[in-house]
Design a protein around this ligand. Sequence first.
Ligand SMILES: Cc1cc2nc3c(=O)[nH]c(=O)nc-3n(C[C@H](O)[C@H](O)[C@H](O)COP(=O)(O)OP(=O)(O)OC[C@H]3O[C@@H](n4cnc5c(N)ncnc54)[C@H](O)[C@@H]3O)c2cc1C
Length: 365
Amino acid sequence: MIQRADIIVIGGGIAGMSAAAELARDAQVILLEAEAQPGYHSTGRSAAIFIRNYGNATLKALNALSFPALSGDLLGESVLSPRGELLLAQPDELETLEHYVEDAKGVDRLTPDEAQALVPVLRKEMIAGALIERDAQDIDVDRLLQGNARLFRDRGGQVLTGQRVTGLARAGGVWRIETVKDAFEALVIVNAAGAWADRIATLAGVRQVGLQPMRRSAVLMALPADIRGHKAWPLFGSVAENWYAKPDNAGLMISPADEDPVDPQDAWPDDMVLAEGLYRFEQMVDVPIVRPSHSWAGLRSFVADRTPVVGFAPEAEGFFWLAGQGGYGVQTSPALAAITRDLCCHAGAATDPALARALSPARLV
Ligand SMILES: Cc1cc2nc3c(=O)[nH]c(=O)nc-3n(C[C@H](O)[C@H](O)[C@H](O)COP(=O)(O)OP(=O)(O)OC[C@H]3O[C@@H](n4cnc5c(N)ncnc54)[C@H](O)[C@@H]3O)c2cc1C
């Protein structure tokens, strides 16, 4: 039996789930997820931080648009909690620090002493410059994903897991979608397949947008018992983004901030990349490096201009892109979901035309 909907969303990460919840206000929507549970890939592996100044001008606009939703407007309770972000520069990174300050809002410069007062394990003789973004916040990603799933279901949407899409064809003004189990039809498909979004385009005979998945890894490392109060430290890292560390209940999550191009896959960290990243971290702190208790990797997928791709494919009726969120997909999800709904259901009436152009797949042709 063929199941029918107005819109089928492919991908149950934060992008697909939040867009599905928004679209279900206006349309009958089914979400198809390949894995047994939503959020298994990039969404479940993020550093879970909201940084207002992270990314290019388009990303900053999306960050600002998303903030009220994350703060409570979306779910009736905030998924954010105070963290702060401390960026550090060694002498050869001072120029990068200056560029960051030029484009940033709400950041304060700190002396090495002030930086060390915030994170006492820092070696202040290694710090040539520092700045703090105090309103960077932790995001409860699970609550955000589950909250969107609840909204989606309450609005009549269906989440179907274990439904890897294997075939897409358009005939008679509708998309026919084959999965490993079932067949579906819809007027519109939303391609929110994360690192696999270009593969979905190929299945549909749509031109790819040049999406490149980049692996990013992390470890969890315990801190010595005599180090106290670490849970109140800000996230801290290099302004050149070649390592960062974020307090976690058990100690620190440390990332080499790697960006290695890979094929779409269930990502796994490379031991050498982790070792090099831990070495860069070790240069800046006075903490013994111990064997990590856990390590993982996820994919951050970018197109050439490192800006998300959101909008209808110019050459394929009813094929909507929601991809290329890179390292910003959790924090920008409310804005991108609202834009997806507006472009799909209201012809873009509420979206700033300049923002729609900056996100449009047409820019990549
Ligand atoms: C280490 C790391 C740290 C990060 N830190 C942050 C951060 O602090 N803040 C932030 O905002 N972002 C961060 N990100 C980025 C963020 O995680 C991503 O931008 C976001 O999760 C992308 O969401 P998505 O839904 O597009 O992708 P995904 O979560 O990967 O979801 C895509 C889904 O599509 C499904 N799929 C693929 N192919 C098919 C198919 N054929 N049929 C059906 N389903 C299919 C997949 O199974 C998957 O569940 C980080 C990423 C990493 C890896």
